[in-house]
Design a protein around this ligand. Structure first.
Ligand SMILES: Nc1nc2c(c(=O)[nH]1)N[C@H]1C(S)=C(S)[C@@H](COP(=O)(O)OP(=O)(O)OC[C@H]3O[C@@H](n4cnc5c(=O)[nH]c(N)nc54)[C@H](O)[C@@H]3O)O[C@H]1N2
Ligand SMILES: Nc1nc2c(c(=O)[nH]1)N[C@H]1C(S)=C(S)[C@@H](COP(=O)(O)OP(=O)(O)OC[C@H]3O[C@@H](n4cnc5c(=O)[nH]c(N)nc54)[C@H](O)[C@@H]3O)O[C@H]1N2
Ligand code: SF4
Ligand SMILES: [Mo]
Length: 653
């Protein structure tokens, strides 16, 4: 650990927030307090970059709103209690429910707030208990993973540093200027070398503004755009015939699907110009290789797999699969480098799971046994899961809710016990990334604020109240050594890992040998394309509601005081005028699920068939777009089609 002076310490660590950048950081600590948090120049990928949110994160650590003592809630409200009292209460309730209805009457809901190595043990605890009900599906990226698994056998992304080999890049529904800043130097490098950056997004994001071309298709209609480009490649004889012949199956089937439409018809369905399609085709032909980066915005549609599979197909046909600087990359397995046995799933027969995209519905109706306790960590499902009111109703009907986290957010409000968690600056752990191949150390920079404890410490003390204490209550270093065995086997000791990031032995560019872990061993084009499923348009609710990543916050990680009075919604300027609405006006945003008041903002560059807002604002602060989103599951991958919600706008008054 770098020690710069007796009173000032500089601690290398890794950002554990729900962000693909997973930056190497250096925390400066003066007299036990963090005074600065900056990017670590030693990190081979993030190279000293860190986002503006790190400054805000220090404020978050020391926020007067942060809960730093355990609390119990009764009819008169919240009361601070000792850890022993809080954990006795939780343990007694767990024992009672297990004795009466078995462990499956308990739901463990593990969110995305922090996905470190030790987080495996949260689940291990519940498996030692006998195996509780857990979750299946995802609020984040399930659709993309499932779709890519069908094409490639296993979703593996190109290392982001491999994009330095790209002659061009397509950012398909991805906004790295906001969500993944370490891609920006790569993007600039491609442009400096004369390559092209194309942003494909219904909204003109910060990233779209710096792209060489921004193409704005109708939401959910990307498959038609990818097919249009494919058609042009075939028409020009620019397809990779060797790949199609030797390394792929069902290519002819896909070609027939593509040629079943005229180019004009495909463009019309995607609502893009032929010129935009030709621009992408020319880029693929003249600026080789092209890396395609899929964003998470693409997943949040019911039949998103068609778009993703058509994009994979486009990459294959243009000769970009299994080549350096090419590929269709989405993300990495953030829990991948650990010994998976420490989830503990093998300790019990397969246990019940609830579908995450429909968690409210599932909680309300699950029987035999019904869910009596929900134990929630690193998540804010009332705010982040679709159809918030249903999720809130379900939690209100649940006999006992335990919440582990930092702030009294929409979910914590409904809990009976609040267990105050540390932030990563107060913890020792290990962090892998869903945006690159480096695993980094989480080194404790300061002592826990107040009485906060890391999740592992909470479960350690809770385990002492059960007969499996001996199996769970081991030292942090012993557990990390076991969980991180694959990392050590790859050549990095835990001592070495404490000093800084280590690159996992993953490929820079996957599938170079053109062998795919699919049933056929080849790339498999989709054969089930059913365009009739992709009907857009709804006269009563004409706009798709795109609730996207905000610049200043990650998902719902914010405090009450940081909210503006109302959330804002962007509407295309002429469209707003047509509705008789004005910039700055209070309007009602209405879906089939519900309605809420928002401030209207106009944006000339936006499409007329969607409205855009920032996700993550709290309901208790008057925000919370999931109050009006549908709780449905995607056709493939058990993802959450948040953007399938259609809305209309009315003046208030
Ligand atoms: N600052 C910040 N950073 C974050 C987050 C955050 O909230 N704030 N969240 C983190 C998390 S949890 C995630 S999953 C990632 C997400 O990272 P990104 O995927 O980069 O960001 P999103 O805003 O979720 O979605 C990207 C874009 O998809 C577009 N989009 C929506 N529907 C469609 C469509 O049908 N077609 C096309 N082509 N585009 C579409 C949206 O307009 C949006 O601009 O970012 C992470 N990083
Ligand atoms: N409408 C709409 N809704 C969306 C999306 C969208 O695009 N539109 N995007 C979805 C996406 S991509 C995602 S990933 C989900 C995220 O949804 P959630 O998983 O619910 O995550 P967050 O809202 O980020 O809340 C994470 C919480 O974890 C807490 N936390 C952080 N570290 C720790 C820790 O170590 N221990 C404990 N106990 N708590 C910790 C944070 O303080 C924060 O309160 O939201 C989804 N919701
Ligand atoms: S939030 Fe993301 S960009 Fe910001 S410091 Fe953390 S990992 Fe880096
Ligand atoms: Mo996410």
């Amino acid at each position: 650990m770098v020690q710069s002076s007796p009173t000032t310490k500089k601690i290398p660590t890794t950002c554990t927030r729900d962000c693909p950048n997973t930056c190497g950081l250096v925390a400066t600590v003066e007299q036990g307090k963090i005074t600065s948090l900056k990017g670590s120049p030693a990190h081979p990928y993030t190279k000293g970059i860190a986002c503006h949110k790190t400054r805000k994160f220090i404020e978050r650590v020391y926020s007067p709103e942060r809960i730093t003592s355990p609390m119990l809630r009764d009819t008169s409200g919240w009361h601070t209690v000792s850890w022993d009292r809080a954990l006795d209460t939780v343990a007694e309730r767990i024992q009672k429910i297990c004795a009466e209805d078995g462990p499956e009457a308990i739901l463990y809901y593990q969110g995305y707030g922090e996905r470190t190595a030790l987080k495996l043990l949260n689940s291990y605890f519940f498996n030692l208990l006998g195996g509780v009900t857990t979750l299946r599906g995802t609020l984040c990226s399930g659709t993309g993973m499932a779709a890519q698994n069908l094409d490639l056998g296993h979703r593996i992304s190109h290392d982001p540093l491999d994009h330095y080999n790209s002659g061009s890049m397509i950012l398909w529904a991805r906004n790295p200027a906001v969500t993944n800043i370490s891609l920006m130097p790569v993007i600039r490098d491609i442009q400096n070398r004369g390559g092209r950056i194309i942003s494909i997004d219904p909204y003109r994001t910060r990233t779209a503004r710096i792209a060489d071309r921004h193409i704005a298709p109708a939401p959910g209609m990307d498959c038609f755009l990818a097919m249009a480009v494919t058609q042009v490649l075939f028409a020009r004889g620019a397809e990779d015939t060797e790949f199609l012949r030797e390394h792929a199956i069902h290519g002819a089937h896909f070609r027939a699907d593509v040629e079943a439409f005229s180019l004009d018809e495909l463009c019309k369905r995607a609502d893009v110009s032929v010129d935009d399609v030709l621009y992408i085709a020319e880029t693929l032909i003249t600026c080789k290789p092209t890396s395609i980066l899929l964003g998470w915005g693409l997943h949040r549609h019911r039949d998103a797999h068609y778009g993703i599979r058509a994009i994979d197909a486009l990459a294959a046909i243009s000769g970009n699969i299994g080549v350096q600087g090419g590929g269709v990359s989405q993300g990495f397995e953030e829990y991948g480098p650990y010994d998976q046995q420490y989830w503990g799933n093998a300790l019990n027969p397969e246990r019940r799971t609830l579908l995450m995209p429909k968690i409210g519905e599932e909680l309300l109706h699950t029987q035999n046994p019904k869910i009596r306790m929900a134990f929630i960590t690193a998540a804010n499902p009332v705010c982040s899961a679709p159809n918030s009111n249903k999720v809130a109703d379900a939690l209100k009907q649940t006999e006992f809710v335990v919440y582990g986290g930092h702030f009294l957010d929409d979910t914590a409000e409904l809990a009976h016990v609040f267990l105050p968690a540390t932030t990563f600056l107060e913890e020792d752990d290990v962090m892998a990334s869903y945006g690159h191949n480096y695993v980094g150390p989480v080194n404790k920079a300061i002592e826990p604020v107040g009485e906060a404890r890391c999740d592992f410490h909470m479960f350690f003390e809770l385990a002492k109240r059960f007969d499996f204490a001996e199996r769970f209550c081991r030292k942090t270093t012993d557990w990390l050594s076991d969980i991180c065995r694959p990392i050590q086997e790859a050549g990095c000791s835990l001592a070495r890992l404490k000093e800084g990031a280590f690159r996992l032995p993953e490929p820079m560019a996957p599938y170079l040998d053109k062998k795919f872990p699919t049933p056929s061993g080849k790339f498999e084009f989709m054969t089930d394309f059913a365009p009739e499923k992709l009907q857009s348009g709804n006269a009563k609710f004409p706009y798709s509601l795109l609730t996207i990543a905000g610049f200043d916050h990650i998902c719902s990680e914010r405090s009450l005081g940081e909210h503006a009075q109302l959330a804002e919604v962007l509407v295309q300027t002429t469209e707003a005028r047509r509705l008789g609405l004005h910039d700055g006006e209070r309007v009602r945003l209405i879906s089939e699920v519900g309605s809420m008041e928002v401030i209207l903002r106009t944006d000339e560059n936006l499409r007329t068939d969607c409205v855009v807002a920032e996700r993550g604002g709290w309901i208790k602060a008057g925000h919370g777009f999931n109050q009006i989103t549908h709780d449905i599951s995607s056709t493939i991958g058990q993802g959450t089609p948040f953007y399938e919600t259609r809305v209309t706008l009315e003046p208030v008054g």
